[in-house]
Design a protein around this ligand. Structure first.
Ligand code: 6CS
Ligand code: FE
Length: 296
């Protein structure tokens, strides 16, 4: 597909209007698998996300949290390209590809409590596009600015359609004060074209602090006026499922309470990556899987 015929145009030089979403939010009427109730599916479709409380037992949360802590402290991981530090410090912000560094996380990726929800919403078999752990320690944890993941995955990874979702497994309680995820309900219905040409090797900066591929203040204001803004408040062991195009972000954590979440991105097997847009080079595999597709 050439630039001119790409429906979801972004990284433009002059402001553009919002582009209506061209595909469903829930695929195949939600009949591909049975995990969510009709009410839960309707809520996901309308808001672009769904919070399931107490999916994992405290003991399981404890096990995964300890495992990520082990990876975080592991001398083998330090300085690797898939370990992202905060701007201006050595504190770890994100660990990517955690399913390949940990058998336990690999098991979690295959857990039917997650995979069946993804299959039901996406209306097909799914595979893992990306996994990561985000750490936001008390007092010092840093923000993630507003964005749509799909905007980045479409432009920089060549993901064709909005047929992917993230699930965030809460490994600590997330409350109104510790930099928890904020989502804009209804924003999944529009593609937000973003301003500015993408620099080379953009991910090396964007994963620390994103400056390109961010919506304008005008678009954000409009979307929040339409749909409001929801700050997740849920206990460790809960899971947030959110559409790849739902606008989200999170603030600095100046509270004393650490926040850590484990993210997995499931993509439909019918939505495998193509070439990135605008002549960009593909990003590393730990950000968007390009190898053979293995259904979960
Ligand atoms: O660039 C990416 O793929 C990632 N960046 C953000 C801010 N969210 C999703 C994803 O991990
Ligand atoms: Fe994101």
């Amino acid at each position: 597909m050439t630039v001119a015929t790409d429906y979801y145009t972004s990284r433009v030089a002059t402001p553009m209007a919002l582009i209506p979403r061209a595909e469903p939010v829930v695929y195949a009427r939600g009949e591909y698998a049975k995990a969510l109730s009709p009410e839960q599916l309707r809520s996901y479709e309308e808001n672009g996300f769904l919070i399931l409380h107490d999916v994992f037992e405290p003991q399981e949360v404890q096990t995964y949290a300890a495992e990520l802590h082990r990876l975080l402290e592991s001398p083998e991981r330090a300085g690797q390209p898939d370990v992202i530090t905060e701007p201006g410090s050595e504190a770890v912000r994100s660990l990517f590809r955690v399913h390949q560094h940990s058998d336990l996380v690999q098991e979690l990726v295959q857990d039917p409590r997650l995979v069946q929800v993804a299959r039901q919403i996406l209306g097909s078999d799914v595979y893992l596009h990306q996994s990561r752990a985000n750490f936001k320690p008390g007092f010092t944890g840093k923000a993630f600015y507003w964005h749509s993941d799909f905007e980045t995955w479409h432009v920089e990874d060549g993901m064709p359609s909005m047929r992917a979702l993230s699930c965030s497994v809460l490994l600590t309680d997330n409350n109104a004060s510790n930099g928890s995820l904020m989502l804009v309900p209804g924003s999944q219905r529009y593609f937000v074209p973003c301003l500015g040409q993408t620099p080379d090797q953009h991910h090396k900066k964007s994963l620390k602090k994103q400056e390109y591929g961010v919506p304008s203040q005008e678009h954000l204001t409009y979307l929040v006026e339409q749909g409001g803004l929801e700050t997740v408040q849920a206990k460790a062991g809960s899971v947030i499922f959110f559409d790849c195009n739902t606008i989200h972000g999170s603030a600095n954590n100046i509270s004393p309470w650490a926040r850590s979440n484990l993210f997995m991105v499931f993509n439909s097997v019918k939505n495998a990556l193509k070439e990135p847009k605008y002549g960009l080079k593909p990003r590393p595999d730990f950000l968007g899987h390009r190898g053979p597709i293995v259904s979960l």
